[in-house]
Structure formats: C-alpha cells, structure tokens
Design a binder for this molecule. Structure first.
Ligand SMILES: Cc1cc2nc3c(=O)[nH]c(=O)nc-3n(C[C@H](O)[C@H](O)[C@H](O)COP(=O)(O)OP(=O)(O)OC[C@H]3O[C@@H](n4cnc5c(N)ncnc54)[C@H](O)[C@@H]3O)c2cc1C
Length: 88
C-alpha cells in the first residue's frame, strides 16, 4: 500500500501491521519455548532472544496503545466522513 497509495493513505494499515506482527511473533515464539520445555529457555536455542526482540518491537516501534489509538482515530474518521458526521 505504501508503494501504491502512499504513506499517508496507508497510515492505518501501517499501524495495524505494527501491532499485529510483533504480537503474533511473540505468541508463536512463546509456544515454541513451551514446546521445547526447559531447553527452550536455555542457551542451546535462540528462543528467549527472539522473544525479547519481538517484545522490544512492541515499544521501540511505537507502543501498541499508541498505534491502536491512531487506528481508532483514522477508522472512525473514515466512517464519520461516509456518514456525513462532523470530524473530531
Ligand atoms: C530498543 C529501543 C529502540 C528504540 N529505537 C528508536 C528509534 O530508532 N527511533 C526513535 O525515534 N525511537 C526509538 N525508541 C524509542 C521508542 O520509540 C519509545 O520508547 C516509545 O515511543 C515509547 O516512548 P517512551 O519510552 O517514552 O514511553 P512512554 O511514552 O512513557 O509510554 C509508556 C507506556 O505508556 C503507554 N502510553 C504511552 N502513550 C500512550 C497513548 N497515547 N495512549 C495510550 N497509552 C499510551 C503505553 O503503554 C506505553 O508503553 C526506541 C526504544 C527502544 C526501547
């Protein structure tokens, strides 16, 4: 979308993927740790490092809450415009 319609028009989708991707990655890595048992927490596997990276992204690339707030604002604005309601 960034390549086809530009960053401004893709702003909601950019925030959506920034919330979804690290959360899904974190959940998947968490399951992988669980499946491996204690070994999943050991230095034999890089899973705890992967988990930390995914967790860091949920703050470093903008906190989830900030992205969710922006998504809500942009999506509500779209529907308000469609229904002829005032912005704000
Ligand atoms: C490893 C790492 C790398 C980073 N790299 C960069 C970088 O390359 N470039 C860059 O510019 N910044 C970078 N940052 C900074 C990062 O963008 C900020 O840490 C992040 O935006 C959160 O700001 P803060 O730490 O001041 O936390 P705060 O703004 O104090 O937020 C703390 C918490 O308060 C809540 N919160 C904050 N604002 C809202 C809101 N509007 N609505 C609801 N809840 C809210 C959230 O739960 C949030 O996690 C990096 C941070 C880290 C940890």
């Amino acid at each position: 979308m960034m390549d086809t319609v530009g960053v401004k028009a893709a702003m909601s989708e950019i925030s959506q993927i920034k919330v979804v991707a690290p959360n899904v990655a974190q959940a998947v890595i968490d399951q992988a740790i669980q499946i491996h048992g204690g070994a999943g927490l050991s230095d034999d596997f890089p899973l705890t490092a992967f988990f930390a990276y995914a967790r860091i992204l949920r703050i470093a690339d903008g906190p989830d809450e900030v992205h969710r707030g922006l998504i809500a604002k942009l999506e509500l604005r779209k529907h308000a415009a469609r229904l002829g309601l005032p912005r704000g």
